[in-house]
Write a protein that binds this ligand. Sequence first.
Ligand code: NAP
Length: 320
Amino acid sequence: MQPIVFINNISIEEQQNWLAQFKLLLPNEVILLPEQINQAQAEKVQIAIAANPDAKVIARFPNLVWVQSLWAGVEALVAAVKQLQAENMLPSLQLVRLVDPQLAQTMAEAVLTWTLYLHRQIPEYIAQQRQKKWLQLDQPKAQDTRVSVLGSGELGVNAMQVLAHHGYRVSGWSRTAKNIPQVTHYQGSSALPEMLAQTDILICLLPLTEQTTGLINRALLQHLPKGAKLINFGRGGIVNHQDLIECLDEEQIGHAVLDVFEQEPLSASSPLWEHQKISVLPHISAMTNLATASKVAADNISAYRTSGNIPVSVDLKRGY
Ligand code: NAP
């Protein structure tokens, strides 16, 4: 059996933790770092496990059959593979992103937490405290609060169900039609304005693709009722931050919770840090869990070794 290569750009400590975990879960596999594999061996490697891989390193393994990502968001990996294929440095290969029920649960917790934060007007009460202002604001009921989720995928659907369970009026939006209990679902670009017009809190759980880059811009935000709030847990590049700041300053948008940014860590000079109506989070809404994610990846690898089946993979053209 050929070794599996672990192509990563994470800290040495994280790298060692993943390797130790894979050793326990896949005792019959040899998992090596790229630098431990010579070129003759590299040409025989069929499986890679990837965490922030560098395109140049992937190119050293020209006969990869599939790559298991340890992250759910794979836009960087998709871009690297597309670039290598355009340069004829890599044959067609399958990219498998992380689909982990634990990640979906963690994301649903974050969605509920920050929806409650906005719905229960915590930013407003924090601002009032700073001014020593004792003022009880009107509190809309959850049943009267319309929460819409962009992206009805592995993470979005779970989040919608948790929101509906907590009494919110939930809508969802994706490219294709879905039937999700207790959720009003919209599909495709033409249906988006109708959903936005009936949204108090908009949550983004979309992948970053050519179609979604800059999707949340001034034009989209203008479709929301005045004072609506935004949570972005997808990717930074989906939001046009300059447009968002303008919409916040014009009170078109009431508050934004941002967990993801084009440049991470967010630069100290970014105006997002100090904006009164923005809550900045350091990409923590749903972090990959080492124990559960390694089990998902190991099960995928074991299934491939016994059946030759590769799990559902990313559509490189679509970008997710
Ligand atoms: P997924 O299962 O692939 O779901 C993506 C959803 O987005 C699908 O419903 C898809 O529609 C929809 N979509 C994609 N492009 C669209 C478009 N142009 N118009 C309308 N809908 C579109 O992905 P997931 O596992 O739910 O993850 C979503 C994203 O969350 C990841 O890509 C990643 O960027 C982000 N994420 C963030 C964190 C964090 O900590 N902040 C953690 C994990 C993941 P269809 O169903 O119709 O195909």
